[in-house]
Design a protein around this ligand. Sequence first.
Ligand SMILES: [Zn+2]
Length: 58
Amino acid sequence: MTYEIACMACGASLYSGFDLKSPSDVLKSVDFKCRKCGVRLAPAKYLVEVRKLDGSFA
Ligand SMILES: [Zn+2]
């Protein structure tokens, strides 16, 4: 199982890996900004999406 945390504005992947990280940790590592679209990612609002990727995209 792979987890992905993605920007909800543009869908860019901010983190993906086998460890489920907390969104605030991931956001901190990217300076609370999406590297692709530049939107400000507020931890309080959780403008991120945690996806479980099992290869089916169902
Ligand atoms: Zn984005």
